[in-house]
Design a protein around this ligand. Structure first.
Ligand code: GDP
Length: 439
């Protein structure tokens, strides 16, 4: 594989900018563009994993900085790597990259360093996805879930499942070839083995909703009559004037969105047009979107004006609903949470913190004892396919061994896609295309 180079820090002015070079010729490239250690020509090679101060020579300028040589066995990519720490200026970094390319390196593609780490067997596909999730995480919960994934927690579970299924498959193949010698050993525990695998797949799938909340946040939709105070409450929850508030009924015609982090969890708030019947076409569309948004939310914040308690019971389907009695500053109710409702005042802030914590707590509620969560649609899809194949394998137990084998192989392949054991090149390409250049 050719030697690749890329700038690993974001484009812009910064204290430090990092240029990374990985591949067989990394040291040769470094020797051409970086002088350190006085007269010793291979100074970097002689001091692996040590920062060396020196001069970086680009075509039309020089900079002072550091370089570190990572020998293949200790490098992220599993190949000889040199990293250069220069002053983080846009022109400096562009010139430094050009110098590396002039010295024989090739421009790295998106995620190519991590792809090489994967190809070198230093991480599984799921671990590599964890790296991307770390970089893209926007809340502490998202970071913790990404760290687990990157650290190989899911890969270990999937690998042990795949290993066990692989053994079952090998056993069944032996039954096809030598039934008399193997049947008595292989067939009796078969049902238990498949059901056990199915239970483990189902347990992982059951964490997908919580995993989604960890990665993307808890989505809360504010719904209720016009003038109940949804926009005001959204601003109070966000702690900023994000939504436009007026006292003419029906001003919030479309959906407005904003996010805030609470207790390490990201909360995505969606303010909807007031839910009511309307002749106005724009407003009807807003109402339609409000109901649609409400039905796919993790929770609906149903805002009612506590001074205007007309009976209303919009249909939010099976979604969890928090009923919030707003404008409690106008009444004598002082209890922050009464009759299963939240009493708040968007105006003076009473009860708003409590409501924010309660929304964030919806994430904590779904966490399992061991903390494992499925955070990726790709993993969820693969687990669903494994589940269906294993269910079919259970059903096929009364039929022929061939049928069971087909189902088990399908389950094995689906699970193997998660870690990369059985992933096609397209799947792999797709994953690394989502990375940034330089990672
Ligand atoms: P929306 O139509 O449901 O989004 O309601 P708005 O947020 O636009 O609020 C409607 C009116 O109620 C505005 O005049 C707000 O100032 C007022 N309002 C909102 N929340 C409160 C509250 O907690 N107390 C009081 N007194 N007025 C509020």
């Amino acid at each position: 594989m050719s030697t690749i180079a890329a700038i690993s820090t974001p484009v812009g002015a910064g204290g430090i900018g990092i240029l990374r070079v990985s591949g067989e010729d990394a040291l040769a490239v470094a020797d051409a563009i970086f002088i350190c250690g006085g007269k010793s020509p291979r100074a970097l090679a002689e001091t692996p994993l040590a920062m060396r101060f020196g001069t970086f020579r680009a075509a039309d300028f020089r900079d002072r900085g550091y370089a570190v040589y990572f020998p293949a066995a200790k490098a992220y990519t599993g190949e000889d790597t040199v990293e250069f720490y220069l002053h983080g200026g846009v022109r400096i970094m562009r010139g430094a990259l050009d110098a590396a390319l002039q010295a024989g390196a090739k421009m790295a593609e998106r995620g190519e360093f991590t792809r090489r780490a994967y190809l070198a067997g230093r991480m599984s596909l799921a671990d590599a996805e964890g790296v991307a999730d770390m970089i893209n995480a926007e809340s502490a919960a998202a970071l913790r879930a990404a760290y687990r994934l990157m650290d190989g927690s899911l890969s270990r579970k999937i690998n042990s499942l795949c290993d066990e299924l692989g053994d079952v498959i090998t056993g069944l193949e032996a039954v096809l070839d030598y039934p008399e010698e193997t049947e008595d050993e292989v067939l009796p525990p078969l049902r238990g083995q498949i059901e056990n695998a199915l239970a483990r797949v189902n347990a992982l799938l059951a964490t997908a909703r919580t995993g989604n909340m960890a990665k993307h946040g808890v989505t809360a939709v504010l719904a209720g009559r016009p003038n109940a105070g949804k926009s005001s409450l959204m601003n109070a929850l966000l702690g900023a004037d994000r939504a436009i508030v007026t006292d003419v009924a029906g001003t919030t015609r479309d959906t407005l969105e904003g996010s805030v982090e609470c207790d390490g969890v990201r909360i995505n708030l969606i303010d909807t047009a007031g839910i009511r019947e309307s002749d106005d076409a724009v407003e009807s569309e807003g109402v339609r979107r409000a109901l649609a948004a409400a039905k796919s939310a993790d929770v609906v914040i149903h805002v009612v004006d506590t001074t205007d308690m007309r009976a209303e019971a919009p249909d939010f389907g099976n979604v969890r609903v928090f009923t919030v009695r707003n404008k409690c500053d106008l009444t004598s109710y002082m209890c922050p949470r009464m009759y299963g409702c939240f009493a708040v005042s968007a105006k003076d802030g009473t009860g708003v913190d409590g409501l924010r914590h309660a929304i964030a707590a919806l994430y904590t509620e779904g966490k399992t004892a061991d903390g494992e969560v499925i955070t990726s649609e790709r993993h969820k899809d693969a687990l669903y396919r494994a589940k269906r194949a294993l269910e079919s394998a259970v059903k096929s137990l009364d039929g022929t061994v061939d049928c069971t084998l087909v189902d088990l192989r399908e389950a094995y392949d689906a699970l193997g896609e998660i870690t990369g054991r059985t992933a096609t090149e397209d799947v792999v390409n797709n994953i690394f295309a989502k990375f940034c250049v330089g990672k």
